[in-house]
Design a protein around this ligand. Structure first.
Ligand code: ADP
Length: 168
């Protein structure tokens, strides 16, 4: 049998949205083991700390992996993505691509990462039409203004977010 194909899906997941979950659900069919890398990312000033973000990803995705039989791991990471991927035994990075706005940044990242480690390949999954406008940043903004975020995140995540930003 061929060796196990491990994919890494990195992000800040502050918090995990239905858009992220769609990418994860689809990625599970492409690999034998999917590692969701939750970035420490203090630079982005996350609303939820690393442990909280990891717990939310865990809680939303555990049942999904059981459905398809793919191994699913949620791991923290800081530092270089190429180092994290290598540590996880992966040469495959998965990213979601929403609009042109994502493209330029992602294009640069692929170029830089290819220089840092030529063995790493990045695969992009186009956002599904119905989730393509969802961004964690905007979900947080809407929640803080007391808006309805039920189309963007699960009820559990919505509850945590309203609890944190003080609305609803
Ligand atoms: P980062 O801090 O790396 O941008 P995010 O948590 O914002 O982390 O996103 C992680 C990955 O998920 C990125 O590849 C991003 O483009 C993708 N992503 C975020 N929201 C969506 C969405 N609604 N549909 C598809 N992909 C998405």
């Amino acid at each position: 049998m061929a060796s196990k194909r491990v994919g890494v899906y990195p992000g800040t997941f502050d918090p995990v949205t239905l858009g992220h979950m769609d990418i994860i659900r689809r990625s599970l069919r492409l690999v034998d083991c999917l590692v969701i890398g939750v970035a420490t990312n203090p630079g982005k000033g996350p609303v939820f700390n690393l442990e909280e973000r990891m717990a939310m990803v865990h809680q939303e995705l555990g049942p999904l992996a059981d459905d398809v039989g793919t191994e699913l791991l949620v791991e923290p990471f800081s530092g270089l993505l190429v180092d994290f991927a290598a540590r996880m035994g992966s040469q495959l990075v998965i990213r979601g691509l929403r609009a042109v706005a994502d493209f330029e940044y992602e294009f640069q990242m692929v170029g830089m990462n290819a220089h840092l480690d030529p063995n790493i390949e990045t695969v992009f999954l186009m956002a599904s039409e119905k989730y393509s406008f969802i961004a964690s940043r905007l979900v947080k903004e809407i929640a803080s203004l007391g808006g309805d975020i039920s189309s963007f995140v699960t009820p559990t995540v919505a509850k945590s977010l309203y609890g944190r930003v003080g609305q609803k």
